[in-house]
Design a protein around this ligand. Structure first.
Ligand SMILES: CC(=O)CC(=O)SCCNC(=O)CCNC(=O)[C@H](O)C(C)(C)COP(=O)(O)OP(=O)(O)OC[C@H]1O[C@@H](n2cnc3c(N)ncnc32)[C@H](O)[C@@H]1OP(=O)(O)O
Ligand SMILES: NC(=O)C1=CN([C@@H]2O[C@H](COP(=O)(O)OP(=O)(O)OC[C@H]3O[C@@H](n4cnc5c(N)ncnc54)[C@H](OP(=O)(O)O)[C@@H]3O)[C@@H](O)[C@H]2O)C=CC1
Length: 292
């Protein structure tokens, strides 16, 4: 079935947006749509998680205002923002972005929950880093309404969004999704559905190799990162970036790429051991570096 977005939705961001999962990425995605003028509702699992999502979004909005990256005042931004524990509050949204953890079964049930609670002309996007958008879409009653909108971390400071289209995606989704991304002041790239898309496949390959180099004693974490930061002018080296992403998130993506693309994505022992010890990067206070 073909879905026709309204003219307003193809021109800029939808006026009302839902986000499922208000963790690191969900909060960032909510931030991006709020500062672009949309009303945003984040749905979380329980009241405590919803309150944490509110705190996260409030903190990054305050930081953006402090940095003069946003001119609208905090009260005005927050007047368009709501958190909830019930997907029924996605009613009226033109777009819902799913940002729950990188687990296929969890995402399947999350997307079904979204579909049950949205209007018939609303679009759904998944922020998956690597999973097949086509296979996720197959869960839905109307698979044509799903695309990938892959945001980057930290969302406020990142200018790229990868738009992932599967063969099932409605033809008008390409234009609609790239237009939303431009409406956010970010740059879209359009990628055909393939494991890890264009970004995670490369990003994870470099990160896993950096971990193997650290494991093999080639150089320290600082020097491996400096090689890429100073030599290749990456904004942050592969190990520092892994700390930002979360080692658990990286491991989940690597396991999926290992399964789908082969041995070169096998997660190194050091990554498994660090995740098992709870060394998840910045969010746990320790990863390849320590954070206070
Ligand atoms: C896993 C996936 O599927 C995909 C991915 O995202 S892979 C990861 C991609 N990201 C990267 O590669 C990160 C590259 N690194 C960078 O961009 C920079 O090093 C960095 C932005 C992380 C830090 O830059 P910096 O100059 O050292 O710090 P600074 O700009 O002061 O930002 C520090 C903080 O301000 C926040 N910030 C930056 N600009 C902001 C803005 N305009 N509004 C609100 N907050 C902002 C950042 O989110 C960060 O917050 P946290 O401490 O909560 O993480
Ligand atoms: N971290 C990164 O750098 C990036 C991650 N991504 C992708 O974004 C997605 C989210 O990652 P990230 O933000 O890091 O993960 P987080 O763990 O920070 O956030 C996920 C959030 O979803 C919540 N959640 C879990 N199940 C449900 C549910 N059924 N309904 C509503 N909320 C739920 C979690 O709550 P609770 O904690 O209570 O379980 C948590 O708050 C993943 O697919 C990841 O691959 C994409 C780009 C970058």
């Amino acid at each position: 079935m073909t879905i026709s977005p309204s003219a307003a939705e193809t021109a800029a961001v939808p006026s009302k947006v839902g986000v499922l999962g208000g963790g690191r990425m969900g909060a960032g995605i909510a931030h991006a749509f709020l500062v672009s003028g949309a009303a945003v509702t984040v749905v979380e699992r329980d009241a405590a998680a919803a309150a944490a999502a509110l705190d996260r979004v409030t903190a990054t909005l305050a930081k953006a205002i402090e940095k003069a990256a946003v001119t609208e005042n905090l009260d005005s931004l927050l007047s368009r923002f709501a958190v909830s524990t019930d997907a029924v509050d996605f009613g009226g949204a033109g777009l819902v972005v799913e940002a729950v953890p990188e687990d296929f079964k969890l995402k399947q049930s999350a997307l079904l929950n979204v579909e049950r609670n949205i209007a018939s002309d609303a679009w759904i996007a998944t922020n998956t880093s690597s999973l097949s958008v086509t296979e996720l879409a197959a869960t839905l009653g109307r698979p044509e309404r799903l695309c990938g909108l892959h945001f980057f971390n930290p969302v406020p400071a990142s200018t790229l969004v990868e738009v992932v289209l599967g063969p099932q995606s409605a033809p008008e989704l390409a234009d609609a999704a790239t237009s939303w991304v431009r409406g956010l002041g970010k740059t879209p790239i359009v990628v055909n559905d393939a494991p890890g898309f264009a970004s995670s496949r490369l990003g994870v390959a470099i990160a896993l190799e950096a971990m193997r180099m650290l494991e093999g004693g080639v150089a320290s974490a600082q020097d491996i990162d400096a090689a890429m930061e100073l030599g290749y002018r990456h904004a942050s080296g592969p190990l520092r970036t892994t700390d930002i992403v979360g080692l658990d998130v990286r491991l989940g993506i690597a396991e999926y790429l290992h399964e789908t693309l082969g041995e070169r994505f096998a997660p190194p022992r050091i990554l498994r051991d660090m995740v098992a010890r709870g060394e998840l990067g910045r969010k746990s206070g320790k990863g390849f570096y320590e954070y206070s």
